[in-house]
Ligand binder design. Structure first.
Ligand SMILES: O=C([O-])C(=O)C[C@H](O)[C@@H](O)C(=O)[O-]
Length: 306
C-alpha cells in the first residue's frame, strides 16, 4: 500500500524528471522478460528521478495483457529503490480501466496514469464520467493523459477535480498552447502538469512557462545522464544550453523517430540496444528500426558520450 497521499504524489512527481521505462521482451517469443526488466528498473532507479511510470506508452501498455500489466507494475515496485513513486497504467473502456486501478493497488503502485479509452470518440460529459469512475474506484492519485480521442477540456478537468480530490495530474499529449494556458489559469497548482508529447524534451522549455514543470522522458531509458542534464538546464532556464542539446541530439533523433509510425517507442528500444542495455524487440503492431537507422542512432548517441 502506498505511503503517499494523492496530493503528496502530485507534488513529488512535479518536482523532477519522470522515468518511463521500456518493457523487456524476449527476442525468441516476445514474452515478458521479468529478470531483465527488474535489473533495468533498479539501474534507472539509482538516478535522481521524481517517479517511475511502469508499463506506460513507452512501456508498450497497449501491447500487454491486463495480467502482464499487473506483473510489470509489481516488478517495478519490487525493484525500484524504496520511496520511489511508482505509477501504473489504466486504460481502455471505463469498466476495464477500473479493473486496472484495482490491479495497480494490488501491485503496490502509488498512482495511476489514465490512458484514453480504446477506439471510440466521446463527449466531454462522457470523458468526465470515465475519469470520475476511475477516481472513485481507487484511493490512488490519478493523472489523466489528454491525447488522441480523449482531449479533456479545461472545464471538464475542473469539474472532475472538484468532485474527486484524487485527480492530481494532467499529462499533455496535444501541445496546444491555448489549451494548456486555459487549464493552468483555471486550475493553477491544484494539479501537476506533465509534458507527454513524443520526445517530450523537444517542448520542455516553452512548456515550463505554461506551468508544466516536468515531462515523461523516454530518452532517459538509454541516455539517463543526458536526460537529467537536459532537465536541469530546462528548470534553470539555461536557454542556450537547452538549444544546444536540442540541436546536437534531440532534434536529429526525432528525424529518425519520424521515419515510421510507432517509432517513438521503437527508437527507445533501439537506444537500449546500442547502449548495451538490450530490452528486446518491440511487440507488434510496432516494428523495430532498420539496421541502417540503428547505425545512425548509434552515431548520434556516441556524439553525446553514450
Ligand atoms: O506514456 C508514455 O510513455 C509517454 O507519454 C510518451 C513518452 O515518454 C514521451 O513523452 C517521450 O517520448 O518522451
Amino acid at each position: 500500500m502506498t505511503d503517499l497521499t494523492p496530493a503528496e504524489l502530485g507534488r513529488r512527481i512535479g518536482s523532477g524528471l519522470l522515468s518511463f521505462p521500456v518493457t523487456h521482451f524476449r527476442p525468441e517469443d516476445l514474452s515478458f522478460d521479468e529478470d531483465a526488466y527488474r535489473a533495468n528498473v533498479a539501474r534507472l532507479g539509482a538516478y535522481e528521478v521524481a517517479g517511475l511510470f511502469a508499463a506506460g506508452g513507452t512501456g508498450e501498455f497497449f501491447s500487454l495483457s491486463p495480467a502482464e500489466v499487473e506483473r510489470v507494475v509489481a516488478a517495478a515496485v519490487a525493484s525500484a529503490p524504496a520511496g520511489m513513486p511508482i505509477v501504473a497504467p489504466a486504460g481502455y473502456g471505463t469498466v476495464t480501466a477500473v479493473e486496472f486501478a484495482k490491479a495497480a493497488e494490488r501491485a503496490g503502485a502509488d498512482g495511476l496514469l489514465l490512458f484514453p479509452p480504446y477506439l471510440t470518440e466521446a463527449s466531454q460529459d462522457g470523458l468526465a464520467a470515465h475519469v470520475e469512475a476511475v477516481c472513485r474506484a481507487t484511493d490512488l492519485g490519478v493523472i489523466v493523459y489528454s491525447r488522441a480521442n480523449a482531449v479533456y477540456a479545461p472545464e471538464t478537468v475542473a469539474r472532475v477535480a472538484e468532485r474527486c480530490e484524487n485527480l492530481i495530474g494532467y499529462k499533455d499529449g496535444i501541445g496546444d498552447i491555448d489549451h494548456i494556458t486555459r487549464l493552468y489559469a483555471r486550475m493553477g497548482d491544484r494539479l501537476t502538469y506533465i509534458g507527454g508529447l513524443p520526445t517530450a524534451e523537444t517542448y520542455a522549455l516553452p512548456f515550463l512557462e505554461l506551468g508544466v514543470t516536468t515531462y515523461s522522458s523516454a530518452l532517459f531509458n538509454f541516455a539517463p545522464e543526458f536526460a537529467l542534464a537536459f532537465y536541469a538546464a530546462v528548470r534553470e532556464r539555461r536557454r542556450e544550453d537547452v538549444l544546444r542539446m536540442l540541436d546536437d541530439f534531440v532534434l536529429p533523433y526525432t528525424r529518425i523517430r519520424d521515419r515510421k509510425q510507432g517509432y517513438a517507442v521503437s527508437i527507445v528500444k533501439a537506444g537500449m540496444t546500442v547502449t548495451g542495455h538490450p530490452a528486446g524487440p518491440v511487440r507488434p503492431p510496432l516494428t523495430d528500426l532498420e539496421p541502417e537507422e540503428l547505425e545512425q542512432l548509434s552515431a548520434l548517441i556516441k556524439g553525446i558520450g553514450g
